[in-house]
Design a protein. Structure first.
Length: 480
């Protein structure tokens, strides 16, 4: 993966705009772009993900001979532009929330501040990377929330949309809470625990199920987890597994458990648990797989299913119920040669698509007594810091008569500088550190915001300064 040059992983219009900017001598302008996603019925919160790959992409941007030769063959770019690309490198700044941060619609989760040609080029790849990985990390977080304290294994590689989705999807799933992956390459690349049992084909390749189980146990006596639904789960599968477990026990090994991949998982798991307990194996695992997601797991939990390990594949790696996050990359400001900042705003008849102007950040308000997050505020970067010794009044982003006052609180700024003048200035955490951070992030939110059915809407407000800037620009553009 790392040996590929991803510089041309962009839409053609990014390059045509760059060519035009160079022609009209706009290449010294500094642009500020924000990455955010919009509210929809499926989105309550998201878990920011993909920053590590974005950083790797940005730091390795370069147009080699093959790239320039190809662009020249298109016959649409000037010689000056192609010559400019020969020495191209990213020299701007990148700010972002750390991977694993809980984020909400409208919040700038990543900001690029760079010469306009550079800032324009990176849009497509940043969205490609962050949209997908944030989507999968979020889906994983919801699945793991439904599974409560059970182990969730990511099993999605064979159903992922191509290798990169399987590889980086596995990484995102671990950030969201999964404990392991079936993807061996992802395990190697990111030091993720790998897990797996055997397929139905193993059972079918022996003269009978019992023989298949026994031969597997002899190969892996310390990790015998048997798939029991190839023929008949309760009449053959579980009884045969118990016979093999007896053999393992007699030889000093502890059997791990069984896996159910089809049928009525609630009913079968209850019956299987009773059979295993009666046979003297109360500590064995019952693992379930087969088109699971947060809703089916929650339902099985409510039915009292005796399952304590979950293998989740298709619906996780494809985020089946919402296959696209819809994150966008929008111009927020232009900084001219003399340093003057011109805020930019995009208008729309759809209020939700009107952007927030200016060079921004986010701060999060926590209740000191509980440590729980209470609200987020999108603000301008040059605003004065919040004085935590004084009451904090937050106002609804559009319905300004709605106000909330906080007294016993503390605030935390979410975005951090990642790249400065084209160089990495951020200490990139390990995957284990990101996963632990994401877990703390999720635990800092009340369950009401995370529940699957009609979650409570978390407050995301605009600071007074940002609201006034937005209102002024709207009135100016509309001629009010």
């Amino acid at each position: 993966m790392s040996e590929r040059n991803l510089t041309l992983l962009t839409d053609l219009y990014q390059l045509t705009m760059m060519n035009g900017y160079l022609k009209y001598e706009k290449n010294e302008e500094i642009a500020v772009f924000d990455v955010f996603f919009r509210q929809n019925d499926m989105i309550t919160y998201s878990l920011a993900c993909g920053l590590e790959q974005v950083v790797d992409y940005i730091l390795n941007l370069n147009f080699g001979e093959e790239e320039i030769k190809y662009l020249n063959s298109l016959g649409i770019f000037s010689a000056d532009f192609l010559d400019y690309l020969k020495n191209f490198k990213f020299t701007g700044d990148v700010y972002a929330v750390p991977e694993g941060t809980v984020v909400f619609p409208g919040e700038p989760i990543l900001t690029v501040k760079a010469p306009i040609l550079q800032a324009q080029l990176v849009e497509t790849a940043i969205l490609n990377i962050m949209n997908f990985q944030t989507l999968i990390a979020t889906k994983s977080a919801k699945i793991c929330y439904a599974a409560k304290n059970d182990l969730v294994m990511e099993f999605g590689l064979r159903r992922a949309q191509a290798p990169d989705a399987g590889i980086y999807g596995a990484r995102a799933a671990v950030i969201g809470g999964c404990g392991s992956t079936s993807n061996v390459l992802a395990g190697k690349m990111f030091d993720i625990p790998v897990a797996g049992t055997h397929a139905h084909s193993w059972v079918m390749n022996f003269k009978d199920e019992y023989t298949a189980f026994m031969e597997y146990a002899k190969v892996y006596p310390e990790n015998t987890l048997l798939l029991v639904d190839t023929y008949d789960t309760l009449k053959q599968g579980v009884p045969n597994a118990i016979k093999v477990f007896d053999y393992l026990k007699e030889n000093g090994y502890k059997p791990r458990g069984i896996r159910l991949d089809s049928g009525d998982l609630a009913y079968l798991s209850k019956k299987a648990r009773a059979m295993l307990d009666k046979a003297g194996y109360p500590d064995t695992i019952i693992c379930a797989s087969g088109d699971l997601d947060e809703y089916s797991i929650s339902s099985l939990k409510n039915q009292g299913a005796q399952i304590n390990s979950w293998g989740v594949g298709t619906r996780l790696i494809t985020s089946a119920d919402m296959p696209a996050l819809g994150g966008v990359y929008k111009l927020a400001a232009i900084i001219d040669k003399d340093g003057s900042v011109t805020p930019k705003i995009k208008l729309s008849n759809n209020t939700a698509k009107i952007t927030n102007p200016g060079f921004k950040n986010i701060y999060r308000v926590y209740d000191k007594a509980t440590g729980k997050a209470e609200a987020d505020v999108i603000c301008l970067r040059d605003e004065k810091e919040v004085d935590e010794s004084k009451p904090l009044v937050l106002t609804h982003p559009t319905e300004r008569w709605k106000k909330t006052t906080y007294t016993n609180y503390q605030v935390r700024t979410l975005q951090e500088q990642i790249i400065k003048d084209g160089k990495l200035v951020y200490n990139m955490p390990t995957l284990k550190e990101i996963k632990a951070y994401a877990k703390r992030e999720l635990e800092s939110f009340w369950d009401e915001y995370k529940r699957l059915d009609r979650p409570h809407l978390y407050k995301v407000d605009l600071s007074d300064d940002l609201y006034e800037l937005k209102r002024t620009l709207l009135e100016k553009i509309r001629g009010v």
